[in-house]
Design a protein. Structure first.
Length: 209
């Protein structure tokens, strides 16, 4: 029985390594050449697998892009594992509101650095069907809510700013478009963006002490 379990685990590990190679190759090619220009055959060649393997695992090029969008946010893990990230527990345990906000901005800037080249390259190809949009927005609100809820628990939100209003503010100012504009188009560094964004969030959300 043990050998059977070991074999099953080995197969799963090999399948996951293959999946990661395909997604890594897809990210590289989409960012470099865009969605329309890149072919599934090129992805397979870069990943070192047969083109049939790509279709067997992801079925369509659109599905491949959808799964890539999902995992690139957390650096290789599906977005469903957001709450299992070590920084989430660190944020929830932080007793200083300013440090909690700083931690969020650091993580947020790293996420944007990973995601924005993809968004800039294939943005028009990202799925816009109602189901995908709803899942994307729900995931975004869960992510924004991590900071808003911690600031609320620490009584650090500005007077008159409800949780709902704080989330609205986050939706308005925490966008990939602003990161793309300032870093990819205007030449800001990630650290310059992070400092600006931290100051903006502090001004918009927090009690000024």
């Amino acid at each position: 029985m043990a050998s059977v379990n070991t074999t099953e685990i080995s197969r799963r590990e090999r399948a996951e390594r293959t999946r990661r190679r395909i997604l890594d190759a897809t990210y590289q090619l989409f960012c470099a050449h865009g969605y329309e220009t890149t072919t599934v055959q090129q992805i397979a060649d870069t990943a070192g697998v047969a083109v049939q393997t790509v279709y067997l695992r992801f079925r369509t090029k659109d599905q491949l892009l959808a799964e890539l969008e999902d995992v690139v946010i957390l650096g290789g893990q599906p977005s469903s594992r957001l709450l299992q990230q070590p920084w989430v527990q660190e944020l929830r345990n932080e007793e200083d509101a300013g440090r909690a906000l700083m931690l969020f901005v650091e993580v947020d800037s790293e996420i944007k650095q990973r995601v924005c080249p993809l968004v800039a390259a294939v943005g028009r190809a990202l799925a816009i069907d109602p189901g995908t949009v709803a899942r994307r927005e729900a995931g975004r609100d869960q992510y924004f809510g991590l900071l808003v809820d911690r600031l609320d628990e620490l009584r650090a939100l500005r007077p008159g700013i409800s949780r709902s209003r704080a989330l609205d503010i986050m939706r308005a100012i925490n966008t990939f478009d602003s990161y793309v504009e300032l870093t990819l188009r205007r030449g800001w560094t990630k650290d310059e963006y992070a400092q600006w964004f931290r100051e903006l969030l502090t001004q918009q959300l927090m009690i000024q002490r």
